[in-house]
Design a protein around this ligand. Structure first.
Ligand SMILES: [Zn+2]
Length: 321
């Protein structure tokens, strides 16, 4: 049975004005059309742009909740191109939040008007817009960087295993946290330039996507961030063994809500990521959630079960910050 038709499931509310289409794989246009529909249906939803990608796509953000509340939290999806299921998860969350707030419902015993007035949730559903489009559709024959991209992809026009942005920079290694140390490791791995994955870029925040997100975070000063990746059903909350006093406590709560296990980053995963940067810079809780289990990109049929795993976390985490 279709998820939206399941009256027994708390999330299966008939959001008649902006239904989320779970049968179409996400891409940039599907995301933007859905945000347009939400904006038209829910006047309290605030939408903006954090910056522009290399190919000129606006990177959207959504604000849920009143402008000035006690705390801001930030959710980010699709740092990595193959992980677009995380964008679908965040869009479904946006839709469900808006519909529930409009109907003054309670979700997981949380009164939606209370949540709206006491926490501001910022969502950047797709950071790597260009990368997702490249992974989904391959390179545009008229694109000025076409030959360079194919060369970075080992001469192949098959971009189905592409994770980076369209300059071949892995956005989740491009933050200013352990960048120099990672460069040494990168060279040991034989990575000397742009490619499908793990190249950190020439310098920290060299990419418009990471620079835009860092500037946005400095502006909104989140008390906590949650970054969605796929896959592994794991939660990372430390950076180089460091964390914040409250992080472990919150991480345990998130693990119990989702059934995911707590993990420590190892190898290349331990450098240059958003969680590393946020813990170092803001000294506040930050979590990397590896959504679902399987081989990336996770198939569309995984969307519903993975959303169900994460739903309580997405609604409840702001109140733990
Ligand atoms: Zn990832």
């Amino acid at each position: 049975m279709d998820y939206n038709e399941r009256p027994d499931f708390e999330g299966g509310i008939q959001c008649d004005t902006a239904p989320f289409d779970m049968k179409t794989p996400i891409d940039y246009k599907v995301m933007m059309d859905y945000l347009d529909a939400c904006e038209a249906s829910y006047p309290f939803l605030v939408r903006g742009v954090i910056g522009t990608t290399i190919a000129g796509r606006s990177i959207p953000f959504v604000r849920l909740g009143a402008e000035k509340t006690m705390k801001n939290v930030l959710y980010v999806g699709s740092h990595h191109a193959m992980e677009w299921i995380t964008t679908s998860i965040l869009l479904r969350f946006i839709g469900e939040y808006c519909c529930s707030y409009k109907l003054c419902r309670r979700i997981y015993s949380i009164s939606m008007p209370f949540l709206f007035n006491n926490r501001t949730i910022y969502v950047v559903p797709m950071l790597n817009c260009d990368g997702v489009e490249l992974q989904r559709y391959g390179v545009d024959p008229d694109f000025i960087m076409k030959d360079r991209l194919i060369s970075m992809n080992g001469g192949s026009e098959d971009f189905s295993n592409w994770q980076a942005n369209i300059r071949g920079v892995d956005l989740n290694h491009n933050y200013n946290a352990g960048f120099t140390e990672y460069k040494l490791l990168e060279r040991e791995l034989g990575i000397f330039g742009g490619g499908p994955t793990k190249y950190s870029g020439e310098y920290p925040e060299s990419e418009p996507e990471t620079a835009a997100l860092v500037s946005f975070m400095r502006q909104i000063e989140p008390s906590m961030i949650i970054t969605l990746h796929s896959q592994g059903e794991e939660i990372f909350y430390t950076s180089g063994g460091e964390t914040t006093p409250r992080s472990r406590q919150i991480a345990k709560a998130l693990a119990s809500m989702s059934g995911y296990k707590l993990s420590e980053p190892e190898g290349t995963a331990a450098y240059g990521g958003l969680t590393d940067w946020f813990i170092k810079e803001f000294k506040r809780p930050s979590f990397t959630i590896e959504c679902g289990r399987g081989t990336n990109p996770l198939p569309l049929k995984d969307f519903f079960p993975v959303y169900v795993q994460l739903r309580e976390m997405l609604f409840t985490a702001p109140l733990l910050s």
